[in-house]
Design a protein around this ligand. Structure first.
Ligand SMILES: O=c1ccn([C@@H]2O[C@H](COP(=O)(O)OP(=O)(O)O[C@H]3O[C@H](CO)[C@@H](O)[C@H](O)[C@H]3O)[C@@H](O)[C@H]2O)c(=O)[nH]1
Ligand SMILES: O=C(O)[C@H](O)COP(=O)(O)O
Length: 246
């Protein structure tokens, strides 16, 4: 059997990832199922865009920083516009599954193929990578992760192991169910709730990925506070009342 047709478009939101994005793009482009890699440079102040383009990505830029969720929205829109042109030329062309990839995975992004198989086979509408223990020290105390887990379970019954994981493969139906995306860092939590509520299947898949771990200095704690706020807002907007018991 030959290599599977390239039916997946990868969207990589990036802010100041010049040191990592080249390797990440090369690794994703090496996946046989991936036909296109769109890097959304979210107002970087370094050479992220130049490095990503040199590695073979199509690059879309935000003139100013708008956050990861807005970068994902821009990437999805870009892919869909390109697809409209392709369908006009070849009516048999169909919308691709999307693979969301953080820019900081470097060569470990080559392991993302395990997310794609179940979606292309129709076994899941959305797969989510679960990461092993990270080599780099750091990480928080589980407050944001715990909030997201509780909220998702309360709203849908689904027990997410790593609810914040951004590495995800979505079928076109899952993309439609998740759209419009929630703002800021609530995007993954909201996506899981919205896809499940549409009656679609979500599957967490272990994946050998290493990423840049947020530290425990003030910068890391500020980042976690923003994550907590955004996850909380996403859940409350979907009907969860964390202050009510039962
Ligand atoms: O304003 C921003 C900030 C970050 N990013 C990119 O978003 C991705 C994830 O950001 P990162 O700083 O690595 O966030 P983490 O805290 O490590 O993220 C964890 O938690 C987030 C949800 O809170 C998820 O989006 C991530 O996938 C998950 O790894 C990276 O490619 C960034 O370059 C943007 O595009 N715009
Ligand atoms: O470092 C992390 O894992 C995320 O920033 C989430 O923080 P948490 O550990 O407080 O849930």
């Amino acid at each position: 059997m030959g290599a599977p047709a390239a039916t997946v478009a990868a969207v990589v939101p990036c802010k100041d990832e010049a040191d990592r994005i080249g390797e990440t793009v090369a690794a994703v482009l090496g996946l046989p199922e991936v036909g296109r890699v769109v890097v959304v440079d979210d107002g970087s102040t370094d050479d992220t865009a130049t490095v990503a383009a040199a590695a073979g990505a199509e690059v879309v830029r935000h003139a100013r920083n708008r956050g990861k969720a807005a970068a994902l929205e821009t990437g999805i829109r870009h892919v869909r516009e390109l697809e409209r042109g392709e369908v006009a030329r070849d009516p048999a062309a169909r919308p691709a599954a999307l693979l969301f990839v953080d820019g900081d995975l470097r060569s470990t992004a080559a392991n993302l193929g395990v997310l794609v198989g179940p979606v292309l086979a129709g076994e899941a509408s959305m797969t989510v990578a679960t990461l092993p223990a990270q080599i780099t020290a750091g990480g928080g105390r589980g407050l944001v992760v715990g909030l997201a887990r509780r909220g998702i379970q309360r709203l849908t019954g689904f027990r997410a192991v790593q609810p914040l994981s951004g590495m995800r493969c979505l079928s076109p139906a899952a993309v439609a169910a998740a759209s419009p995306l929630a703002r800021g860092w609530g995007v993954e939590t909201a996506m899981t709730v919205d896809v499940l509520r549409a009656g679609l299947t979500v599957l967490e898949v272990p994946c050998e990925l290493q990423h840049r771990v947020s530290g425990s200095d003030w910068r890391g704690q500020l980042h976690r506070a923003e994550q907590y706020r955004d996850v909380w807002l996403a859940l409350v907007r979907r009907g969860w009342r964390p202050w009510q018991r039962g």
